[in-house]
Design a binder for this molecule. Structure first.
Ligand SMILES: [Zn+2]
Length: 327
């Protein structure tokens, strides 16, 4: 993504942004049109203060206690809709789309749908427009780690008899993945929507589908249809740059034709088995996990990107109805 120029950054800097807690705005991370961390937090918090949802702090940064990964869940427990966004800090459309469509989620909660929402999973990187929380490098081979890296909880790729990694790569990663595992016990994921952007794509969107229904899932096709109605071009066939095949805009196998095992929080939510303290036990086993990947157009067209992801959030009730526990 292009770095915003200083002029653009200054133009985007309104007088209100100089108040305490917003000092990092001078770095220009809101220049692409995204709401500030404080603005997003305030909107998400309305779920708790105005609508009675449970707000939980998953991880607060010790050197900056205002900066925290938070979750909001409905008081009603049970088979749930999970919505996650902002795993990668340079993919702001999802967190902003959720903030702009909270009324849909509030309505669903009133209709009795249990929900867990983690709308800004990587606030530190969001504030820096970085991908990872610990480095501006977007290449993971240069030391960056994902806040959603769940490999230490997932079976190894060979025999599946031990954890894939010895330990979580960072403190926020540990907190987030532990939280997900713990909450999944009382809010078993039936449908997971994880909103990403493909920051290298200037052309087409696509989605990943995981979970026990990955081969027969009407939700994926509907998400693709929704993205298309907002004007996002879809890569319907061919392959990704990672060698995965795309069918109808949906990727549900890796480059070897096996189920996707990328070590992500999405794999964790879909996984039938996990390792806790070295002991194998049943995993969250979500029926449907959809990872939405819309093009980031090199950091431009922010309104279109938010509208595309907003269409997914607005239609969460219909996607929920399409999803089922068993196939
Ligand atoms: Zn991403």
């Amino acid at each position: 993504m292009r770095a915003p120029s200083l002029v653009v950054a200054l133009l985007a800097l309104g007088p209100a942004t100089t108040r305490a807690g917003e000092a990092t705005t001078v770095d220009g991370y809101t220049a692409d049109g995204r709401a500030s961390y404080a603005q997003l937090s305030q909107r998400y918090q309305s779920l708790a203060t105005e609508h009675g949802w449970v707000q939980e702090t998953i991880y607060a940064y010790p050197d900056d206690p205002d900066l925290a990964i938070r979750a909001w869940r409905t008081p009603a427990r049970g088979e749930a809709l999970w919505i996650i966004a902002g795993i990668h800090g340079e993919e702001p459309a999802g967190p902003n789309a959720i903030a702009g469509n909270l009324t849909t989620l509030v309505r669903m909660a009133k209709d009795g749908v249990p929900m867990v929402v983690i709308p800004l999973a990587n606030p530190k990187a969001y504030r820096s427009n970085w991908r990872y929380p610990n480095t501006p490098e977007r290449d993971w081979r240069k030391g960056g780690y994902s806040v959603g890296d769940a490999e230490y909880l997932l079976p190894d790729l060979d025999k599946g008899t031990q954890p894939r990694a010895a330990a979580p790569p960072g403190p926020e990663t540990q907190a987030l993945t532990q939280y997900v595992l713990q909450i999944a016990a009382t809010y078993p994921p039936r449908l997971v929507l994880d909103l990403h952007e493909d920051e290298l794509s200037t052309e087409c969107g696509y989605i990943y589908a995981q979970g026990s229904r990955q081969d027969d899932d009407p939700v994926g096709a509907e998400v693709i249809r929704l993205l298309e109605t907002t004007g996002i071009p879809i890569r319907r066939s061919g392959g990704t740059r990672f060698g995965e095949s795309i069918a109808g805009g949906v990727i549900n196998r890796d480059d070897s034709g096996l189920p996707i095992r990328d070590g992500s929080i999405d794999e964790l939510l879909a996984s039938p088995r996990v390792f806790v303290d070295g002991v194998q036990r049943p995993g969250p086993s979500a029926a449907t996990v959809i990872v939405v990947e819309t093009p980031a157009f090199a950091g431009s067209q922010f309104a279109l990107r938010v509208a595309a992801q907003g269409a997914v959030v607005q239609n969460a009730p219909a996607l929920w109805r399409l999803s089922t526990t068993t196939d």
